[in-house]
Design a protein around this ligand. Sequence first.
Ligand SMILES: NC(=O)c1ccc[n+]([C@@H]2O[C@H](COP(=O)([O-])OP(=O)(O)OC[C@H]3O[C@@H](n4cnc5c(N)ncnc54)[C@H](OP(=O)(O)O)[C@@H]3O)[C@@H](O)[C@H]2O)c1
Length: 264
Amino acid sequence: MNFTKKHIWITGASSGIGKAVALKISKEKAHLILSGRNRQELENVAGICEKNGSQATVLPFDLGDEASVNAAASQVISTHKKLDALYHFGGISQRSFASETPLFVDRKIFEVNYFGTIALTKAILPEMIKSGGGHLAVTSSIVGKFGFPYRSSYSASKHALHGFFESLRAENVQHNIRVSVIIPGRIRTNISVNAINRDGKTHARMDEGQDNGMAAEKSAEIICRKLKQEKKEILVGGKEVIMVHIRRFLPFLYYRLSSKVKPL
Ligand SMILES: NC(=O)c1ccc[n+]([C@@H]2O[C@H](COP(=O)([O-])OP(=O)(O)OC[C@H]3O[C@@H](n4cnc5c(N)ncnc54)[C@H](OP(=O)(O)O)[C@@H]3O)[C@@H](O)[C@H]2O)c1
């Protein structure tokens, strides 16, 4: 898919990978809708997108609030004749052991990462189908492919996205709905700072592993190239992404490594 003149909705556009992808796409004269909760950050990103030659509309909403998700979807449907693509980057991570994490924290992670994401997708899908199809991309994680210490519900929420979006793809091929699942390894963003702990509060720390991750701008280059090709799975990151292959082809090694790796 060529981005030029396309109407593309990007969630998680106020920070990190989503912001870097928005800025990259904005160099190709697209019509962007930028979402997240932080209006001020979204306005800043929109300003740069416009300087880069794209039109950018800011639409803040909360993925963890169904009414807010539906209101945002209605607004986009009423103001855009056609939505060519919806790229989901909005999400939160976790820093706590499963045994110490109360259910309200598990639910919060699922509300944002899973239910918010699928609610938005379901809200725009009928219009996308009516208008001849479109491209959906959702951001999972390498821990959406295997379990990892300190990330139990985060990992589970990302596994759930694979199940949902693979099913959605299979159900809607005849409607020209294309689906890409983005699978990042460690990318240097504020994901660990914004992650929630067992109290539901922010972890508020840049973890060493995160800090040593791939730059968000570099990840955006790879992601955008593969989004254009509408790849079904987009694996992006450093040497840590090899764990996906180890889990698949050498499971005994994964079982040994996953119990020994430093969780942060
Ligand atoms: N960085 C990595 O190493 C890594 C690895 C694997 C997967 N991922 C995934 O990549 C995606 C982007 O993360 P990132 O690394 O760019 O982290 P980030 O810098 O923390 O960005 C997260 C984005 O999600 C938005 N968001 C969070 N909670 C939200 C809510 N309740 N409602 C609406 N928007 C919300 C944030 O916007 P507001 O704060 O404005 O709401 C922000 O734009 C996430 O899905 C994450 O799970 C990241």
